[in-house]
Design a protein around this ligand. Structure first.
Ligand SMILES: Cc1cc2nc3c(=O)[nH]c(=O)nc-3n(C[C@H](O)[C@H](O)[C@H](O)COP(=O)(O)OP(=O)(O)OC[C@H]3O[C@@H](n4cnc5c(N)ncnc54)[C@H](O)[C@@H]3O)c2cc1C
Length: 537
């Protein structure tokens, strides 16, 4: 099925036809009952969009924009939030708290400008919407009382690979292209972007740029930042287009200003990105460790070895069990290249693993390794979001916290997060739940740990439980030298911690940048910074 023919779920992750069918959700519920005796597990079914009682749109578009405007209830409900635990819980309860008045789908830059101009005229906020997979409240039109309405600006029609420069290995791609769509078009040239966040299936190039997404490469070019050559932004004040350059020392980088701008500075409509030939050589495998700390030491050594594996994920034992990978602390390492065999790299990585008391599993070199020792991890990784929704339907709290920290502070941060989360779980009545950890990305100077909580909820109180645990984890992360987000972005949910992490003067400078690009303050008000001062309407 092509991605355009399939229907996106209005209330949860992904495509309707790929969600767990009800009988599988029930089977999962029966199994969970054996793991969490006494849990209140019963299946909630998503309400039909027809049953939602949304307020009438407060905005009437001009005739010139009417062909690209939708006011359908299901469309407005789908654009009212992203895909976080909080979003799914509210949608399942039929709580659509901030529906946009209009969903607008421009077909080119000229229409993007026209929408921005009209919104400034009528004092409406504009929330750019890529794939809507935000897990931090980034696409929810919760814009406060200072606007006469809110427009969700969906970039779905801007989905083409417009140009390929095979000599420089770069491509100009429209911002609304979903991961599979852009990979399919690049594939026709034998090229790939190789940016595969877990949300790849349903997220877009523009969303990745706007949130500084973290993707496929566990070391080296981990963030989309490293793959971006130039960006085109349509802002209320005009068009800002950066120059294609392989590198530049000409002042602060304008690309870096736009990366992570979360729709607050304007709309990214296209970008030149660095692409590469598809890999033909692979090597690598898995290893088990008796303790997580041995695995951590091995990962640190690998990250500082210069080997730069494409994949380098460390899973604690619970994470390995939950993902059906093994029942031990597991390290998955993968090398890939379109140019040369990698057996020498894998052989050296095995030595590093053994130096830290790791036990390699199976062959790391030759044909056996090409089958991919990490395939069971990969399958489970891609299926996980659908499973997450099934857990929420059954009344489980499932949430993730991710950060990055330098090696010298890793132990104290990990200990503090674990202690704070476990204490908050007890306070919130979630004792007996699971807390797992894995490293999603790793740098020579520190790892990016990713924590997951899974616990039975108190029906009706799950959002309070979630908020309690999230606040505890976020405080511990900030207090122990981590970043409030390594790749999930700031949005609305991380604002208070981001404000504390961000240097005060930088915050003031950012506000001035916004005032220049978006003088009326209509672009995604509330993400990254407080809305610009405006009279209440
Ligand atoms: C199950 C799941 C797994 C995930 N896995 C990962 C992961 O592995 N790595 C990772 O980094 N993130 C991950 N995320 C988070 C999310 O997918 C990323 O933040 C992603 O980059 C968002 O892309 P999107 O196209 O869906 O953007 P949206 O959710 O539509 O928007 C995100 C933000 O960017 C803004 N925006 C979107 N498009 C534009 C544009 N063209 N111009 C200006 N602003 C824009 C929006 O206004 C919003 O503030 C995951 C989310 C889920 C639900």
């Amino acid at each position: 099925l092509s991605t355009t023919a399939r229907r996106r779920s209005w209330w949860g992750w992904g495509y309707e036809d790929a969600a767990l069918p009800d009988h599988e959700v029930d089977d999962l519920g029966q199994w969970l009952a054996t793991q969490f005796p006494g849990a209140q597990l019963s299946r909630t079914d998503p309400p039909s969009p027809d049953s939602l009682d949304l307020p009438q749109p407060r905005l009437a578009p001009p005739d010139s924009l009417a062909p690209i405007v939708s006011t359908e209830v299901a469309d407005r409900a789908r654009h009212a939030s992203g895909c976080s635990f909080r979003d799914v819980v509210r949608a399942l309860a039929g709580r659509v708290e901030h529906p946009p008045d209009l969903v607008v789908r421009p077909r080119d830059d000229r229409e993007v400008s026209a929408v921005l101009e009209w919104c400034a005229d009528v004092e409406a906020a504009v929330v750019p919407f890529g794939g809507g997979t935000s897990v931090v409240g980034g696409v929810e039109p919760d814009v406060g009382p200072h606007f006469r309405g809110a427009v969700s600006l969906d970039l779905q029609h801007l989905d083409g690979v417009l140009e390929v420069d095979e000599l420089s290995q770069a491509a100009r791609i429209q911002a609304g292209a979903l991961g599979p769509t852009l990979e399919e078009q690049l594939g026709a040239h034998g090229l790939t972007l190789r940016h595969f966040p877990q949300s790849f299936e349903c997220s877009t190039l523009g969303g990745w740029i706007a949130t500084r997404a973290g993707g496929h490469f566990a070391t080296g070019p981990t963030h989309i930042d490293d793959l971006v050559e130039a960006i085109r932004l349509v802002a209320p004040a005009g068009v800002l287009e950066t120059r294609r350059l392989p590198g530049s020392g000409a002042g602060p980088s304008p690309d870096r200003l736009l990366l992570g701008s979360e729709g607050a500075l304007g709309v990214v409509t296209e970008a030149w990105v660095r692409v590469r030939p598809r890999p033909t050589w692979r090597a690598g495998g898995a290893a088990h460790f008796v303790s997580f700390s041995d695995g951590v030491a091995a990962v640190r050594a690998l990250s500082q070895s210069g080997l730069q594996p494409a994949n380098c994920r460390l899973l604690d034992a619970t994470e390995a069990i939950v993902n059906g990978v093994s029942d031990a602390v597991t390290l998955i390492v993968g090398f890939e290249s379109a140019d040369h065999p990698l057996d020498a790299w894998a052989t050296r990585a095995v030595e590093v693993v053994r130096d830290h008391r790791g036990a390699p599993v199976g062959e790391w070199t030759g044909e056996a390794s090409r089958a991919g020792a990490s395939s069971s991890w990969r399958g489970s990784f891609l299926r996980a979001p659908y499973l997450r929704d099934a857990l929420v339907r059954l009344g489980m709290v499932t949430e993730t916290f991710e950060t990055a920290v330098t090696w010298d502070r890793y132990d104290s941060l990990a200990g503090a997060v674990e202690a704070a989360v476990r204490a908050a779980m007890v306070d919130a009545g979630m004792e007996g739940g699971l807390l797992t950890c894995r490293f999603t990305h790793v740098y020579p100077d520190g790892p990016a740990p990713y924590f997951t909580v899974i616990a039975p909820a108190h029906r009706g109180g799950e959002l309070d439980q979630w908020a309690q645990v999230k606040a505890a984890a976020s405080e511990a992360i900030l207090d122990h030298g981590g970043t409030i987000t390594h790749h999930h972005a700031v949005g609305r949910d991380h604002r208070s911690w981001y404000d504390r992490q961000r240097p005060r003067l930088f915050g003031k400078a950012l506000a001035r940048v916004k005032a220049t690009l978006d003088p009326a303050g209509i672009c995604n008000p509330g993400v990254l910074m407080d809305p610009l001062p405006r009279p209440r309407v």
